[in-house]
Ligand binder design. Sequence first.
Ligand code: HEM
Length: 123
Amino acid sequence: MFDNTHAHITTWVIAIILFFVAVGLHNAGKKKGMKVVHMILRLFYLLIILTGALLFWKHQGINPALYGIKGLVGIWVIGMFEMVLVRMNKGKSTKMFWIQLIIALIIVLYLGLRLPLGLNFLG
Ligand code: HEM
């Protein structure tokens, strides 16, 4: 949990899958199912932040600025998951939030893979 990124990767991979399942259920008109998946997704937000924060506390000394930005952009991704789903439910436009989600996701994957723990082939 502190020294390798496996737990952290597991939490955000599951969250991305749950996010798309929630979008799919919404598009299929399955409101109740979507609500349940959305609740589980919210639990995974906490797990992503917890596993990310544990890595952060232990290793940020390597490069505090980049680790700080990595954490903030990670929270930005989570914020955009939430904005898309909540606005979808309200029938409001989600386009700006989808765009931000894609940008934030690219940045967080890039930073995560560049930073020294785990995979860092962008090095
Ligand atoms: C959906 C949101 C997030 C995604 C998609 C994501 C993605 C990633 C990826 C791809 C890695 C690299 C794994 C590896 O190289 O083995 C990583 C590592 C890391 N993440 Fe996240 N992350 C997210 C949220 C967060 C949050 C909220 C925090 C802080 C609270 C955080 C802190 C970290 C730290 C400290 C590392 C270790 C960096 C290193 O390789 O040295 N992440 N994350």
